[in-house]
Design a protein around this ligand. Structure first.
Ligand code: ASP
Ligand code: MG
Length: 476
């Protein structure tokens, strides 16, 4: 154990949808729990694989009630088949699980029929989407009961209090902490595991909200945050990969597993499109210094996993990982009228924000006569239209240039902090290989340097930067 490591009393396991495929994976999940039985355990589950997508699909079809209902039937059959496979018929839990599925499927049908057209669309949508986690988690809790593993089901609307941003709600951590402690601690004290639905919470006025796609990771860390003051905790995310890698292995063959990464570095990686962890998890973990691991569900005893903690390995390599977003539109807004005119950036970004265009990077030259920013390629055309038709930016004082063939590549590592010359090394390496840099940004965290290049140069740039900064020194 390292010096600053605390003694863990409580483990929070987050099982993703791919952990619940069939009888074999259910029993693997059970074995994992048994391995940690000397600790207090909270389990957070995602919906079964593909179920949230199916719920989304049937929600979109709700105008055609018959169609939607036939998909509801499919979902019901899907869960029933899995229950038949994993919970012995002889156990009373078999019927318990089936009755629960039946009850919620009826409620879903009723809600689609009664409320469509009446309640605001977003409210109904979150209610519908939350069903995947309800059904999977209850099913898993019945399985555990049938296997005589002591666990108690808890629906997260009873403990996670959120704002009313349907689809990407944020929890009120203070209010949530009170509820989590009041509901979960007694279960743990009784020697049982708490088994909690991921992905959703509830507003104070009693509406179900979802935390955002992939949000069950976030649920696990919210619970960890709330329990940590009472029981020192660790979160293990059981996934279908070993952990975080030093580059995209489809592009850079030398990409290696990162055995240890700090919260700050993991935040950068998550923000740059590494879809492995839900980005908001890292803030909740970091605030209370809760350690976490990403582990491969297929290889529970493997030593290959990523550990995330507040430890920053100073002596290690300067750059830990190279990450990229291949499909960026780079937008340049140019005008002499911007020089010393306060409020232009505010106007620009509220126009884009109001129209749900997400901005990936921003840079402004100190001459102040242009602002360059990047958006997802999908939003490139829409951004152009918004600017050209805007009463402010559409005038002849401004020119708008959009380049749809851009990519973003970033080097990430806490080792860069206060180390001079990293940017210089990056530019000379790219320059030597005739890779033209179109724009540069560095977050004030100094943990990443990001450059925008042509899409055609992306693969080459990743190889060059990997060779320059990581080479064969990455961890293994
Ligand atoms: N089931 C939700 C989704 O697919 C949440 C999660 O899996 O984390 O996005
Ligand atoms: Mg998921």
């Amino acid at each position: 154990m390292q010096e600053n490591e605390k003694e863990i009393q409580h483990y929070i396991f987050k099982f993703g949808g791919s952990c619940f495929k069939n009888a074999e994976s259910f029993s693997r999940a059970l074995k994992i729990l048994q391995n940690y039985q000397q600790y207090k355990i909270t389990i957070v589950c995602s919906a079964f694989m593909g179920v949230t997508d199916k719920l989304l699909e049937l929600f979109d079809k709700r105008c055609n009630f018959e169609d939607a209902m036939s998909q509801v039937d499919d979902l019901k059959t899907y869960h029933e088949t899995l229950i038949a496979e994993v919970i012995p018929k002889s156990s009373e839990m078999h019927k318990r699980a089936l009755d629960y599925i039946q009850m919620w499927v009826e409620r879903l049908g009723d809600a689609l029929k009664r409320e469509s057209g009446m309640c605001p669309e977003t409210e109904l949508k979150d209610y519908v989407l939350s069903l995947g986690e309800r059904l999977s988690t209850f099913t898993f809790s019945c399985y555990l009961a049938a296997m005589k593993f002591p666990a108690q089901f808890l629906s997260s609307d009873e403990i996670i209090v959120t704002n009313a941003f349907f689809g990407s709600a944020l929890p009120d951590l203070d209010k949530t902490a009170g509820k989590v402690q009041a509901k979960i601690l007694p279960i743990l004290q009784e020697g049982k595991a708490a088994i909690v639905t991921g992905y959703y919470g509830m507003t104070e006025s009693g509406k179900i909200t979802t935390l955002g796609r992939g949000g069950s990771d976030f649920s696990a860390t919210i619970i960890a945050y709330c329990i940590e003051p009472k029981l020192s905790s660790k979160v293990i995310f059981w996934k279908d990969v070993d952990g975080l890698l030093s580059a995209d292995p489809r592009i850079e063959r030398r990409a290696k597993l990162l055995k240890h990464i700090s919260y700050a570095e993991a935040k950068e990686l998550a923000a740059f499109g590494t879809k492995i962890l839900y980005p908001l998890c890292l803030i909740t973990l970091e605030r209370q210094g809760i350690p976490a691991e990403i582990r491969n569900f297929a290889k529970p005893n493997s030593q290959k996993f990523t550990e995330i903690s507040n430890l920053i390995e100073k002596k290690k390599e300067i750059v830990k990982a190279i990450t990229s977003l291949p499909d960026i539109s780079m937008v340049t807004l140019e005008s002499q009228a911007m020089v010393s005119l306060p409020g232009t950036a505010a106007k620009l970004f509220s126009l884009l924000g109001d129209n749900h265009v997400n901005i990936v990077f921003i840079s402004q030259a100190s001459s102040e006569n242009n602002i360059t920013f990047g958006v997802d390629r999908q939003d490139g055309h829409k951004t152009g239209e918004l600017l050209r038709h805007s009463p402010h930016f559409g005038t002849h004082w401004f020119s708008v240039k959009i380049e749809n063939d851009a990519s973003l590549v970033a080097i990430i590592g806490a080792g860069m902090l206060h180390v001079p010359g990293v940017a210089g090394k990056l530019f000379s390496a790219l320059g030597k290989h005739a890779i033209n840099v179109r724009a540069i940004t560095q977050g004030s965290s100094e943990l990443n340097i990001t450059v925008i290049i042509a899409r055609d140069d992306l693969e080459n740039a990743i190889h060059v930067l990997y060779e320059t900064f990581i080479g064969n020194n990455g961890e293994e």
